[in-house]
Design a protein around this ligand. Structure first.
Ligand SMILES: O=P(O)(O)OC[C@H]1O[C@H](OP(=O)(O)OP(=O)(O)O)[C@H](O)[C@@H]1O
Ligand SMILES: Nc1ncnc2[nH]cnc12
Length: 171
């Protein structure tokens, strides 16, 4: 992705201090996603830099936007990792802590063919990393047949700097 495209996407992100609680700087990506050219560039860069995979996993809700858009571009499947209480049983779940609270994510315990699949796990931004770590643990719990290549979109103005970040499947 060109620096200009990144700057345009990053510049459209609203940063709201002390939301939803004091001390949190909230990154609202909705205006950036609504910028068609910038979003298109981000997706093209994601397509170039993310390993090919049988299925792309995204965490509800904002992660769905990136995972589904990339999957549609590539013609592969999406694994929708849902917040607690949305899926019928049986489910596999994982609890985790957010910057501002706690949450639980779930996937169907059966019905999704993960055996032998390469799974790329995507999310819109990384704050504590708790969401992606929980998603990785959840997928790892599906057994050694499910390999994971983790990659996420990092807050463009966070201390870690802009861009895509990758972590090997060593959670
Ligand atoms: O690195 P972390 O500290 O885990 O934070 C990042 C996560 O927080 C946000 O989701 P959120 O749970 O707020 O849900 P939403 O997408 O439904 O708003 C964001 O979309 C990431 O998934
Ligand atoms: N600072 C932040 N901005 C937007 N979404 C978040 N999710 C967790 N922390 C966040």
């Amino acid at each position: 992705m060109s620096d200009m495209a990144l700057q345009r996407f990053a510049g459209a992100i609203r940063k709201i201090p002390d939301y939803p609680s004091p001390g949190i700087l909230f990154y609202d990506l909705i205006p950036a996603l609504a910028d068609g050219e910038a979003f298109h560039e981000v997706l093209a860069a994601l397509d170039e830099s993310t390993p090919k995979a049988g299925i792309i996993a995204g965490v509800e809700a904002r992660g769905f936007l990136f995972a589904a858009a990339l999957a549609a571009l590539r013609g592969c499947g999406v694994l929708a990792i849902r917040k607690a209480g949305k899926l019928p049983p049986p489910v596999a779940g994982e609890d985790y802590a957010l910057e501002y609270g706690e949450a639980r994510i779930e996937i169907p315990a059966d019905g999704v063919a993960l055996a032998g699949q390469d799974v790329v796990l995507l999310d819109d931004l990384l704050a504590t990393g708790g969401t992606l770590a929980a998603a990785a643990v959840l997928l790892a719990g599906r057994g050694p047949e499910c390999s994971q290549r983790l990659r996420w979109w990092n807050c463009p103005h966070s201390a870690a700097g802009p861009g895509w970040r990758r972590k090997a499947s060593t959670w």
